[in-house]
Design a protein around this ligand. Structure first.
Ligand code: PSV
Ligand code: MN
Ligand code: MN
Length: 429
């Protein structure tokens, strides 16, 4: 394996920070011990936690108004993998990459899988794209894709998804994430029931092409690019579709795809209850599908989501194995820095959820002692779990302070000299 950042640089940075970390870790260990929690056990759980990063998150995102590339940003799948390897090498929490087709152009999938492995990476869910037209494409997605009234367009969308499964097979993926932009902008524009019929019929063809150990993750979104209705608008439509398709179909929850203030943690609990929780796209939002960095606006919500996930793990239902991925648009930051910071935030919410005194919580719930039930969550949420994450990173070969080590590596500055400039223009969704 050839990792991108110099091991000496990481070791040097860690040597400067190790004493402070040991001190903080020991102090936190004593504090947790007073509540009967063994810090090493929590650290080991955190060490086993990972979240995938999206190839499209490795470049600067943008809005429909503009995209401002960062000098040295990756412009092809090989450079994106290199950057993802930097994130994982320093954070040791992001060993898998999720590709998006045809945004990622690949000539040899087998070789790409080997290239990724050499960088310490594997592949996560493959994402199909039927929400944009591509050069040379025969049918336009202007009328939608899987739910289009145009049979040839539906066929093209089905075939693209099946082709994505084949790409994923070669890359070692086992999940296909399907998000469609299908929907309407005017009342009456389409028959709301028949659109779903068409979607279900087309999705069933994709489902039928899934290999035995694959899952189809259905991602709902209530608006954008369609602003009156979307075909798979919410978790209700998503779970109904997943139930109709079969056991390999699960629901994917993108945190930004709901109406403001929606109780997402409750959606998580509901999906799990019916064995349909397939995975997450982590990001944060203030207004809509803002794709802001995870936990940057509402870290408490992220903690509550993980609280449900820890509960779910203790009460397993059918095939509980949610896939975790970051889906953010890094418009004003270095994407590597945003993903290092986001992975840390996501891991921290998981760690805090592990600290919840479940017995106290359940007893308080049974006794209808609202304040003590809330306090069981609050106590865990208030703990600074930074030392636990840093220790897990250090033991896995990463950097105690991953962001600082990244800055010291001058990775972006060096890539700005080596890589060809990224194109300008409007961003991606
Ligand atoms: C749609 O808004 C979405 O969340 C889907 O996951 C897409 O694949 C992704 O964004 C692309 O940016
Ligand atoms: Mn998403
Ligand atoms: Mn989105």
């Amino acid at each position: 394996m050839t990792l991108p950042v110099s091991e000496e640089l990481i070791a040097g940075a860690n040597a400067r920070e190790i004493n402070a970390l040991e001190d903080e870790y020991a102090a936190l260990g004593r504090k947790l011990e007073r509540s009967g929690i063994a810090i090493d056990a929590v650290k080991d759980r955190v060490a086993g936690f990972s979240v995938a990063v999206p190839t499209w998150g490795a470049g600067r995102g943008g809005t429909r108004f503009a995209k401002f590339p960062v000098p040295g940003e990756p412009t092809n799948i090989h450079e994106k993998l290199e950057d993802c390897a930097v994130i994982n090498q320093l954070s040791r929490m992001t060993p898998r990459v999720s590709p998006h087709f045809p945004w990622d152009t690949v000539s040899d999938y087998k070789a790409l899988r080997e290239e990724a492995a050499e960088l310490g990476l594997g592949f996560d869910a493959v994402n199909s794209n039927t929400f944009q037209d591509q050069p040379g494409q025969v049918q336009s997605y202007a009328t939608g894709s899987l739910a289009s009234t145009v049979a040839a367009t539906r066929r093209q969308a089905v075939e693209h998804n099946i082709e994505c499964i084949e790409f994923g097979r070669q890359l070692g993926s086992t999940d296909l994430t399907v998000w469609v932009g299908d929907g309407t902008n005017f009342p009456g524009q389409q028959d709301l029931a028949r659109s779903l019929d068409r979607y279900l019929e087309a999705a069933a063809e994709i489902y039928a092409a899934l290999p035995g150990d694959w899952r189809m993750l259905i991602e709902h979104k209530m608006f954008e690019p369609a602003f009156y209705s979307t075909v798979i608008s919410d978790w209700g439509s998503s779970i109904l579709a997943a139930q109709e398709l079969g056991p390999k179909a699960k629901c994917l929850v993108d945190l930004g795809h709901h109406a403001p203030n929606t109780n997402i943690e409750q959606i998580v609990a509901r999906l799990h209850r019916f064995g349909k929780l397939g995975g997450f796209h982590f990001n944060d939002s203030k207004y809509g599908d803002d794709d802001l960095d995870s936990g940057s606006i509402n870290p408490h919500q992220l903690f509550l989501v993980f609280n449900e996930l820890v509960e779910a793990e203790l009460n397993p239902r059918d095939g509980f194995n949610p896939s975790y991925m970051i889906d953010q648009s890094h418009n004003v930051t270095d994407p590597i820095e945003s993903m290092i910071s986001s992975a840390e935030t996501i891991g921290a919410c998981f760690a805090k959820a592990l600290l919840v005194d479940r017995e106290a919580l359940h007893l308080a719930q049974e006794a209808n002692d609202t304040m003590m039930a809330f306090q069981a969550l609050r106590r865990a949420y208030n703990v600074d779990v930074g030392p636990i994450l840093a220790k897990a990173r250090l033991e896995a070969g990463g950097a105690i302070d991953a962001l600082r080590a990244y800055r010291e590596s001058k990775w972006r500055e060096r890539k700005a000299q080596e890589r060809k400039p990224a194109g300008l223009g409007a961003g991606i969704v």
